[in-house]
Design a protein around this ligand. Structure first.
Ligand SMILES: Cc1cc2nc3c(=O)[nH]c(=O)nc-3n(C[C@H](O)[C@H](O)[C@H](O)COP(=O)(O)OP(=O)(O)OC[C@H]3O[C@@H](n4cnc5c(N)ncnc54)[C@H](O)[C@@H]3O)c2cc1C
Length: 276
C-alpha cells in the first residue's frame, strides 16, 4: 500500500480548509470499508487521508417530525439501533441497511460513505432515492443540497466539486400511511453484494408510487409510477423497469438472470405493498 499522511480534523470547517490546501490529493475517510481497499489495490493514491470522525457534528443522528438527519460519520448499525428510525416509516432504508454487508462492517461503515462511494450496487441508495433523500454538501463556497439521485453521476463518480464533502443526508418524514419496502438479490444467503436491488414506496396521502432499481445501471433507476397509484398494474411496472435497466454480465450474474430477478422483486414488492 502506498504511504500517505493521516489527519483527523476537529470540525467540518477544518476538513474543508484542509481539502482546499491539499488541492485534490486528499481523500476523505469515514469508515474506510471501501476506501482502504481502494488504496490497497491502487485504485486511488491519496497523499493525505482526512478522517471525518474527528468532527463531532458529523456524528449526529437526528430523528424528529421533519425526518432524519444522518451525519457523515454515523455508522450503519446506529440506524438499526435507533428506534425512531428502525420502527418508523423508513422501512425500505432499514431493510437495506440490515442487509448491507455484515454486523462487523456495519459497525464501521457509514450511510454517507455508501452513497458517496457511488458503487452501482450500493444497497442504501434505491431506498434513499424513493424516500426523496437529499445530501447536504459543504465546500469552499459554502453549503448546498442535492437530491441523492443527482449526487451520483456514474460508477464511482459524484457531482461533488473540488474541496466538497457530504456533511449529512436528510430524509424527509414520509406522509402518514406511507409504506416502503426493499428487496435484494445476491449469490449466497450470507452477506454479499447485490446483483440487483429494488425499493418501492407507496404514499397514499400524495398518491405517489415510486420505484428505484439498483445494481443494474451505472446510476440507480427511478420510476415514477404515480399514474397507476389507484390501480397498480404489476406487469406494466415490470415492463417499465425492464425497459430502463441495462445490467451487465459479470462474476455476480448474467444480464438475463439480473433482468429476471428484477422482475421477480418488482412482483414481490407489489404483492407486499398495501392496496389502500
Ligand atoms: C466485506 C464487505 C462487504 C460489503 N458488503 C456490502 C453490501 O452488501 N452492500 C453495500 O452496499 N456495500 C457493501 N460494502 C461496501 C461498504 O461497506 C459500504 O459502501 C460502506 O457503507 C461505505 O462506507 P464507509 O464509511 O466505510 O466509506 P469509506 O470507505 O470511508 O468511503 C467510501 C468513499 O466515499 C468517500 N467519502 C466518504 N465519506 C465522504 C463524505 N462525507 N463526503 C464525500 N466523500 C466521502 C471516500 O473518500 C471514499 O471514496 C461491503 C464492503 C466490504 C468490505
Amino acid at each position: 500500500m502506498q504511504s500517505f499522511s493521516y489527519e483527523k480534523p476537529g470540525s467540518t470547517a477544518a476538513i474543508v480548509a484542509r481539502l482546499a490546501e491539499a488541492g485534490g490529493t486528499a481523500r476523505l475517510l469515514a469508515g474506510g470499508t471501501d476506501l482502504i481497499g481502494q488504496i490497497r489495490s491502487r485504485l486511488v493514491k491519496p497523499s493525505l487521508v482526512l478522517d471525518l470522525k474527528g468532527a463531532r457534528e458529523l456524528a449526529l443522528l437526528g430523528a424528529d417530525a421533519s425526518g432524519l438527519s444522518i451525519g457523515a460519520a454515523v455508522i450503519l448499525n446506529r440506524l438499526l439501533e435507533e428506534r425512531a428510525v428502525s420502527e418508523g416509516p423508513y422501512r425500505a432504508l432499514t431493510q437495506a441497511v440490515s442487509e448491507l454487508a455484515s454486523y462487523n462492517i456495519r459497525n464501521r461503515a457509514t450511510l454517507v460513505g455508501n452513497v458517496t462511494n457511488a458503487s452501482p450496487c450500493a444497497d442504501s441508495v434505491p431506498p434513499l432515492v424513493v424516500l426523496d433523500a437529499r445530501a447536504e454538501i459543504a465546500g469552499p463556497s459554502g453549503t448546498r443540497e442535492l437530491p441523492v439521485l443527482e449526487l451520483i453521476s456514474g460508477v464511482r463518480e459524484t457531482r461533488l466539486g473540488p474541496g466538497e464533502l457530504v456533511t449529512r443526508i436528510r430524509v424527509p418524514a414520509p406522509a402518514p400511511g406511507t409504506w416502503s419496502g426493499f428487496l435484494k438479490r445476491k449469490r449466497v444467503r450470507g452477506h454479499d453484494l447485490a446483483l440487483a436491488n429494488v425499493a418501492l414506496l407507496r404514499d397514499p396521502e400524495r398518491g405517489r408510487l415510486r420505484m428505484s432499481v439498483g445494481s443494474c445501471n451505472p446510476v440507480p433507476v427511478l420510476l415514477d409510477l404515480d399514474a397507476m397509484f389507484a390501480r397498480p398494474e404489476v406487469e406494466r411496472a415490470v415492463a417499465l423497469a425492464l425497459e430502463r435497466v441495462r445490467p451487465i454480465d459479470d462474476v455476480r450474474a448474467s444480464i438475463e438472470y439480473r433482468r429476471e430477478m428484477v422482475a421477480v422483486m418488482v412482483r414481490r414488492l407489489f404483492a407486499e405493498a398495501p392496496r389502500s
